[in-house]
Write a protein that binds this ligand. Structure first.
Ligand SMILES: Cc1cc2nc3c(=O)[nH]c(=O)nc-3n(C[C@H](O)[C@H](O)[C@H](O)COP(=O)(O)O)c2cc1C
Length: 201
């Protein structure tokens, strides 16, 4: 049991995360949906980079990237990830850890199709995370894929979504004198109910 109230109230952590993100959309200067996505490489060395969280589903978080990028390979190999979203304007963070799978069905197709043409062609042209000789080599590749795919490029087979189903979600809000509020929602599998624990700051 925990004495949750105010901004921490609610029975569903996904709805709570949606509410916090909606608040941040009103206060952050840009990219309120930016998350720092952590992975581990084959040697166990952590890696982290920003990506945009594109959807909070009823039981998962979705972001999009190149499956052959460094992060794509690390996610594919481990099947696990963590991320944090931090809003300076709200002085709050949400931390998430969990299991990863691909979202490469109609939802990924629809999201890809919603992007600007230049972004769609850019996804085709970029061999993300691999060495690039020069900017002009990249622009030549953009020209090549533009000639190939024209005005309606399909979603590349190497580009799509990752769905993170969390085993832990922590909601954190700044408190006076570093006495912050923290609530961790945890479960051993997606089939289980959440166990909610208030944590020391
Ligand atoms: C605010 C912000 C948002 C970003 N969003 C994405 C994204 O949604 N997908 C993506 O592949 N890269 C995104 N990037 C670029 C990544 O941080 C990273 O440079 C790239 O994905 C390559 O990472 P990797 O080599 O670890 O795979 C974003 C960068 C910033 C700063």
């Amino acid at each position: 049991m925990s004495d949750r109230s105010g901004i921490f109230a609610g029975d569903d952590p996904f709805i709570l995360a949606q509410k916090w993100l909606a608040e941040a959309e009103k206060t952050e200067p840009n990219d309120p949906n930016a998350i720092a996505l952590a992975t581990v490489d084959a040697a166990g060395l952590p890696n982290v980079r920003m990506v945009l969280l594109k959807e909070i589903e009823a039981d998962a978080f979705i972001f999009y990237t190149n499956y052959e990028s460094a992060k794509g390979q690390e996610l594919n190999a481990s099947g696990r990830a963590a991320f944090v979203m931090h809003w300076k304007s709200l002085r709050r963070q949400i931390r998430v850890r969990g299991l990863i799978s691909h979202e490469e069905g109609p939802k990924a197709d629809a999201y890809f199709a919603s992007r600007s043409l230049k972004s769609r062609l850019g996804a085709w042209a970029s061999r993300q995370s691999r060495p690039l000789t020069s900017r002009s080599a990249l622009m030549a590749e953009v020209a090549r894929v533009t000639a190939l795919h024209g005005l309606n490029p399909p979603r590349p087979p190497f580009w799509g979504g990752f769905r993170l189903v969390p085993l832990e979600i922590e909601f954190w809000a700044d408190g006076p004198f570093r006495l912050h509020d923290r609530f961790r929602w945890a479960r051993h599998s997606a089939a289980e109910n959440w166990d909610i624990t208030r944590l020391n700051p």
